[in-house]
Design a protein around this ligand. Structure first.
Ligand code: SF4
Ligand code: SF4
Ligand code: SF4
Length: 322
């Protein structure tokens, strides 16, 4: 199935190549579990592109953060997106960081992406992986220690276990059949509701416990397609200095609070911040709470409608409380 979709992707790209300067997609990395982003500029390299459940990266961040991914005059950038990635595109278009007319969006309905770290934990971190094969929801890994199999569901990223939008919400070409979401929209914030059953003290201790692992590497910020301040990020500015680099829990809290507040009403729950964290901190969970408030107060979910104006990007001077 993944090979068929990959072949279809190649076919589509060969047809559209005259209209585009750059294709942003995924290619195999140093082993079959490690797929990496690739920028393709000529037809001969289209065969490098792949699509399978190891294509974890949200590529849309490159469109605003990497000057190399720019189309020449009159041409477009083709970008491959899963359901969650497509929502980042919508948010970036809404905020005028991207021009819809310069994009050729290749949408791929997604059945979930695999956390290679969970796989390695199951087969042994020192093992060399030779082959990975997926069939009927089972992942079979051929490795230096033998053959192992596991259900896909047991190794999915957390974002995928709570995904209500696996099908791209915006695209020019859709490759593959649409898939049924794992959860209904109404269940999106059940984890937030469960967490709020805990006492204030328990919640505080939970966050102190997980955030004390934070090494302030800023991978979560860098991977976020909507974290766009880059060199102006408040976390590293010296003038004015809002937060120090000291590894105290207070400074870590301030950094994460600022990060979350800058994403309030904008975070599309693509889960990249959490996926890239080297110490496994569930940082998207903080944004889930903000999104739950956003939905409750403004009936708004980020990254679904390119024409919509995000509630926190506008205000009504006559609104109660302003
Ligand atoms: S969150 Fe949804 S669209 Fe994104 S990778 Fe997971 S299943 Fe696919
Ligand atoms: S904060 Fe995390 S989940 Fe939200 S848009 Fe950024 S990377 Fe995606
Ligand atoms: S990626 Fe993880 S360790 Fe790095 S700054 Fe973010 S939360 Fe901290």
């Amino acid at each position: 199935m993944w090979n068929e979709i990959t072949e279809k992707l190649h076919e589509v790209l060969r047809n559209v190549m005259p209209q585009v300067d750059v294709v942003l997609g995924w290619e195999r990395g140093f082993n079959p579990l490690r797929i990496k982003p690739v920028v393709v500029r000529s037809e001969k390299d289209i065969s490098r592109l792949v699509w399978n459940p190891f294509c974890v990266q949200n590529l849309t961040g490159y469109l605003v953060k990497n000057p190399a991914v720019i189309a020449g005059e009159g041409k477009k950038v083709a970008v491959c997106v899963k359901g969650c990635d497509s929502r980042s595109l919508v948010a970036l278009i809404q905020e005028h960081f991207l021009d819809r007319d310069r994009l050729l969006i290749i949408g791929v309905p997604c059945q979930g992406t695999i956390d290679w770290r969970l796989v390695m934990k199951k087969i042994g971190n020192t093992t060399t992986v030779f082959n990975a094969h997926i069939e009927d929801g089972i992942l079979r890994i051929e490795h230096s220690g033998g053959l192992e199999q596991m259900s896909i569901e047991s190794v999915l990223l957390r974002r995928c276990l709570r995904c209500a939008y696996p099908n791209p919400v915006i695209y020019d070409v859709l490759i593959g059949e649409t898939v049924t979401p794992r959860i209904d929209k109404s269940e999106l914030y059940r984890n937030v509701a469960q967490f709020e059953q805990k006492s204030l003290e328990e919640r505080r201790n939970f966050w102190i416990d997980v955030l004390s692992r934070c090494v302030r590497c800023y991978a979560c910020r860098n991977a976020c397609p909507l974290c766009i301040c880059q060199d102006w990020c408040i976390a590293e500015r010296r003038d004015p200095k809002w937060v120090t680099q000291r590894p105290t829990i207070k400074d870590i809290f301030i950094f994460h609070s600022i990060h979350a507040l800058h994403l309030a009403g904008r975070c599309t729950e693509c889960g990249e911040c959490e996926r890239v964290c080297p110490v496994g901190i569930p940082v998207m969970f903080i944004k889930e709470k903000l999104n739950e408030i956003n939905l409750r107060l403004f009936s708004y979910e980020a990254g679904l409608d390119p024409q919509a104006v995000p509630p926190l990007l506008t205000f009504n001077p006559h609104e109660a409380g302003i």
